[in-house]
Design a protein around this ligand. Structure first.
Ligand code: B12
Length: 590
């Protein structure tokens, strides 16, 4: 007698891939390759003789109860990036505030094999492809640079992982990005084979302490309702990375969790279920962003600094190796400038100076209770999912098969299916132990807009209209909100999902026979995307009504910071406004 209900079982069975190369064969190929390549030295490691590798330095900080500080840096060009690294180092020398790691945030184009890059829309960060590009960043200053975003799990992930290791990246990531779509590329089998080869390369460098890294909120966890599910899902990634593929595994997370207690309890639970003496699992907690204001931005310090202080106290108490990645007070507006990064980093570091004064007054007991519930419930989610996969005939010993299934699976359904409060039942209505905040906030924003539309008697104004909506990238909450509003106003919506290319949006609209196409874009690609929509419409000789929203900005030629481009979209005939009242009003009149 199986445990899953029939609907879930049928869904899981439908995800089992038809055919794919043997996962362990792919792993072996990568492992053999890994033995032939050198592990380079990062900027810090090459500048001193005390530590053999980055992990040793991090562990030393952990023992001393000191915080490991990481900074994300993704400027518009490689030259600016290298220059900024130098300036960050100068700043740390001048202020005496040591930065332990810089994490490179390059353009999403880095994820693609060369032949796909030209057609893909440009994004807000710099490009890097060659040995020289990697070396320039690592040689810029005595701080180690980690190459994580758009490496390990992307279409070009195998080649990128090798480059990153040869150039001394202490961590290789991001594991969780395996389910992101990348423009025009859809050979999932080849992509997951490459990811497993890349994991093999990392496993071969285990003795050098090369660690695979994930950033949970970028993947499945970014869709969850329960913080405890973060823990269970991380156990699943750890199972694939370490148990099946023999590679070290570390975790960053937190951008989407903005309550101090749940943030820290998740970290403590992850440490409890996954850390070993040889491999502490935590890397850093990322500053939360969803409580930030986009006006009077200095007020954001009032939220960010206590958040960091809380984490510093927890790390001082438990010595888990929990680092901090401070997030600029301008996060809600755009990618931060160097000065903005230095400011928030200095604020966090200075809070660390005061932590010992606070420590005796802090009661950790409630956090320990939360940790224990999250560890227990997380483990249930993990074991339920392995059991469910097995029942559906999925080969849980094959990393390629596991990744292909997870790539196709809807993360929302993953949580609904395996959460302890719904597992084995037909219900999808999970009862979170500790609710995530973004889902809750989105619902509140939606209610506010609805109240406003109701006050103007707009309900029913879209009756009989069909609207196709989709996201041009991986951001989903805006899409969920927009779809919900349109439905409440009477429209029939067809949700194309995430990572949609412009051509797919038009195809879908043609298929369902509508001219209304709405796209949510956040990655700075809105202008390119809009131009593609208009061009494709012209080629088809058809009239559509396009509307876009989200983060409508782009790096324009000759600029190094993003510019708002809603007016440029309007000029080419795309309705571009985040104000849903205007959008609903306009559609209702067409
Ligand atoms: C949540 C989030 C994520 C999550 C997404 C999880 C998920 N399931 O959606 C994760 C962690 C995965 C993520 C990843 C990335 N993110 Co992000 N993310 C955010 C964050 C914190 C909140 C966005 C959100 O969901 N808000 C809640 C929703 C309800 O609000 P909203 O989307 O703004 O929607 C409102 C309007 O915009 C409008 N709207 C939205 N869509 C549409 C569509 C139409 C048609 C209309 C009419 C209106 C409309 O309706 C809403 C109500 O007004 C923002 C920062 C922030 N605080 O805004 C960054 C942000 C959007 N992300 C950003 C970036 C750069 C990224 C990454 C590229 C970073 C990286 N390298 O890791 C990746 C890209 C992933 C990918 N492949 O696309 C940048 C964009 C920079 C820019 N353009 O200037 C931001 C602004 C952060 C920053 N300051 O750097 N992100």
């Amino acid at each position: 007698m199986g445990k899953l209900n029939q609907v879930s079982l049928d869904y899981l069975k439908s995800l089992k891939p038809q055919a794919h190369p043997d996962g362990m064969e792919m792993w072996r190929e990568g492992y053999e390759k890994g033995k032939t390549i050198p592990f380079g030295k990062g900027g810090f490691i090459r500048s001193q003789s005390k530590y053999k590798n980055h992990a040793e330095m991090k562990r030393d900080l952990m023992k001393q109860g000191k915080i490991y500080w990481n900074i994300l840096l993704g400027l518009a060009t490689l030259e600016e990036q290298v220059e900024a690294e130098k300036k960050l180092y100068e700043f740390s020398q001048r202020s005496g505030l040591q930065i332990h790691s810089i994490q490179s945030i390059p353009s999403g184009l880095v994820a693609l094999p060369p032949e796909w890059r030209e057609k893909a829309p440009a994004t807000t960060s710099y490009e890097m492809y060659t040995d020289e590009d990697y070396e320039l960043q690592q040689a810029a200053c005595p701080i180690d640079v980690s190459f994580n975003d758009y490496h390990l799990s992307t279409p070009n992930g195998y080649a990128n992982t090798i480059l990153a290791i040869e150039h001394g990246s202490p961590t290789i990531g991001e594991f969780c990005q395996f389910n992101w779509g990348f423009f025009g590329y859809n050979d999932n089998v080849e992509r997951m084979c490459n990811m497993v080869r890349a994991l093999g390369v990392c496993a071969a460098k285990s003795d050098d302490y090369v660690e695979v890294k994930t950033y949970l909120d970028d993947g499945y966890a970014g869709y969850f309702l329960d913080c405890a599910s973060y823990v269970g899902y991380a156990m699943l990634e750890h199972y694939i990375c370490t148990k099946l593929c023999g590679a070290r595994y570390t975790i960053g997370f937190g951008g989407l969790l903005s309550e101090n207690d749940t943030r820290c309890a998740v970290a403590m639970a992850l440490d409890k279920v996954l850390s070993t003496e040889d491999q502490p699992v935590l890397r850093y907690l990322n500053g939360s962003t969803n409580l930030q204001w986009d006006h009077d931005i200095h007020g954001n310090y009032g939220v960010s600094v206590p958040e960091m202080l809380f984490e510093i106290l927890v790390e001082k108490k438990y010595h888990m190796g929990l680092g901090i990645n401070p997030v600029s007070i301008t996060e809600k507006l755009r990618v931060p400038t160097l000065q903005e990064l230095e400011d928030i980093f200095a604020a966090g570091k200075r809070a660390e100076e005061k932590a010992d004064e606070w420590l005796p007054y802090f009661n950790f007991e409630p956090l320990e209770k939360m940790r224990d519930v999250m560890a227990e419930e997380g483990a249930k989610l993990f074991y339920n999912s392995l059991e469910g996969f097995k029942e559906a005939g999925i080969d849980i010993e094959d990393p390629v098969e596991m990744l292909l299934v997870l790539m196709e699976m809807n993360p929302i359904r993953y949580e609904q299916m395996f959460h302890s409060t719904t597992f084995g039942t037909a219900s999808t209505d999970i009862q979170p132990f500790y609710t995530t905040i973004l889902g809750r906030q989105t619902m509140e924003m939606k209610q506010e807009i609805l109240d406003d539309l109701d006050a103007k008697n707009m309900r029913g104004s879209l009756d009989g209209k069909t609207v196709v909506v989709g996201s041009g990238d991986a951001h989903t909450y805006g899409l969920v909100l927009v779809e919900g509003i349109l439905q409440e106003m009477g429209a029939e919506t067809v949700n194309a999902g995430v990572d949609m290319d412009a051509v797919d949006m038009l195809d879908l609209a043609d298929e369902v026979g509508t001219k209304f196409i709405g796209v949510s874009c956040h990655n700075g690609q809105a202008l390119d995307y809009g131009r593609q929509l208009v061009q494709l419409a012209k080629e088809r000789g058809k009239e559509y009504w396009f509307f876009m929203g989200g983060k409508l900005n782009a790096i324009l030629p000759g600029h190094s910071e993003p510019t708002e481009i809603a007016d440029l979209l309007e000029e080419i005939g795309i309705h571009a406004s985040n104000d849903m009242r205007i959008t609903v009003d306009q559609i209702s009149k067409l």
